[in-house]
Design a protein around this ligand. Structure first.
Ligand code: S3P
Length: 438
């Protein structure tokens, strides 16, 4: 039964997407910006900050910890850090934001007061043991019911550790490094494969002695953090949906400006190019110490691709969108080593397979990935976003390719990372309307 409060996207077959657009600020960087600015001594200015469901939850949490934040515009923050946080009166609520709760846990274990970190029912289902284990080894006093939120933290003295991560996760790496800010001695994290390095870049910008070499990141506890002053570049993971839309809808040519092109994030760019997509990068420069630039994508016939190994982490959030591209591609697309997808906001392998099958497609779901033989014909249907922003946006793309009309229920979760997604698609000529779910 659709929720009467929720919105629904009505999507019609669309071709010839054209135009130039930007996307909202990077979610990973926006979370980290608020956290580091809260810890810094002095005023940090963050422009083009992502004002979206996930990051607003992080902003509310630092305000609840006594940090004053002025907001002259929704996407501009002036964070008045004092180098210390105060106990919050209530549990901190991270809504659906896995990055928010995991990284803030790293910070909270180092504070001289107790705290509780919690979130939505969906967030309460996600695994937290992956951060509890290393943080407890550092001396943190942290308990979570069977390795899930709510996480209850009591003050404890931390010591630096050397942690070899069993899974390649930037959230785990970041939680340990952030705890390392408050630990005695050096903290070292060894990555099994390269993960996004925004925490390292931003900690460095805040004056922290953090070094990364060949998958080994070392942090020395600082005496303080410097305030930050920067623009958040556009989120590659949001641009990904527009890239796939333009790479698959016949006759399309779209320019995306100001996109973060940090190579730890751009696996989808490589995957789409391997599939035969025509994507050009121009006006490349740096934004917040990260590479950024303009992407121009033209629709071309696509062919199947094989993806596995280190490439998976570089495009971990992009597989739902890649599945849609694979349905258009000639031949077989095989993805392996991607079982982490089962631990995101939803089990993305199973949810995408189930919803795409409603459009009449045939997909082989595997434990650690999927196989799609293309091209396939999609027939419009009623779909569900499952309160997972990336599922909802990927299904919208499928709707653009399907014959007839697709109704996507439970679509308001898109605002967790990409407010204005439907409007942006419309500005490019896509036939997407927002309606109340009745
Ligand atoms: C993120 C890391 C990734 C990614 C998530 C954002 C981050 O999660 O999927 O959307 O900002 O550090 P994992 O660390 O679980 O791979």
């Amino acid at each position: 039964m659709p929720n009467p409060e929720s919105t629904c996207l009505v999507v019609q077959t669309s071709q010839d997407l054209r135009g130039t657009t930007s996307v909202p600020g990077d979610k990973s960087i926006s979370h980290r910006a608020v956290m580091l600015a809260a810890l810094a001594e002095g005023t940090s200015t963050v422009r083009d900050w992502l004002a979206a469901g996930d990051t607003e939850a992080t902003l509310r949490s630092v305000r609840a910890l006594g940090v004053r934040v002025e907001r002259p515009a929704p996407d501009e923050l002036h964070v008045h850090g004092r180098g210390i946080l105060q106990a919050a009166a209530k549990p901190l609520d991270f809504a659906n934001a896995g990055t928010g709760i995991r990284l803030m846990t790293g910070i909270m274990v180092g504070q001289p007061f107790a705290s509780v970190l919690d979130g939505s029912p969906q967030l309460r289902r996600r695994p937290m043991k992956r951060i509890i284990t290393p943080l407890a080894r550092m001396g943190a006093d942290i308990s979570g019911g069977e390795g899930r939120a709510p996480l209850r933290i009591r003050p404890a003295a931390l010591r630096g550790i050397r942690y070899e991560m069993p899974v390649a996760s930037a959230q785990v790496k970041s939680a340990v490094l952030l705890a390392g800010l408050f630990a005695k001695g050096v903290t070292t994290v060894v990555e099994p494969g390269p993960t996004r390095d925004h925490s390292e870049c931003m900690l460095l910008a805040a004056g922290v002695d953090v070094r990364a070499e060949e998958g080994v990141v070392t942090l020395k506890p600082p005496t303080g953090l410097r305030p930050l002053d920067f623009h958040v570049p556009g989120d590659f993971s949001s641009a990904a949906f527009l890239l796939v839309a333009a790479a698959t809808a016949a006759g399309s040519e779209v320019r995306l400006t100001g996109i973060n092109l940090n190579p730890t994030r751009t696996g989808l760019l490589d995957a789409l190019r391997m599939m035969g997509a025509d994507i050009q990068v121009s006006e490349a420069g740096t934004e917040a110490g990260e590479p950024a630039g303009t992407l121009t994508v033209k629709q071309r016939p696509l062919r199947g691709v094989e993806i596995g190994g280190d490439m998976v982490v570089r495009m971990i959030d992009e597989f739902p969108a890649l599945m849609v591209a694979a349905l258009c591609a000639e031949g077989r697309t095989t993805v392996r080593d991607a079982s982490e997808l089962r631990l995101k906001e939803t089990d993305r392998l199973s949810v995408m397979t189930k919803e795409l099958r409603r459009l009449g497609t045939s997909i082989e779901e595997r434990d650690d990935g999927f196989v799609i033989e293309g091209p396939q014909t999609l027939q419009g249907a009623n779909l569900d976003g499952h309160d997972d922003h990336r599922i909802a946006m990927s299904l919208t793309l499928a709707g653009l390719l399907a014959r007839g009309q697709t109704r996507l229920h439970d679509a308001e979760c898109i605002a967790d990372s990409f407010p204005g997604f439907a409007e942006t698609l419309r500005s490019l000529g896509a036939r997407v309307a927002t309606a109340l779910d009745v």
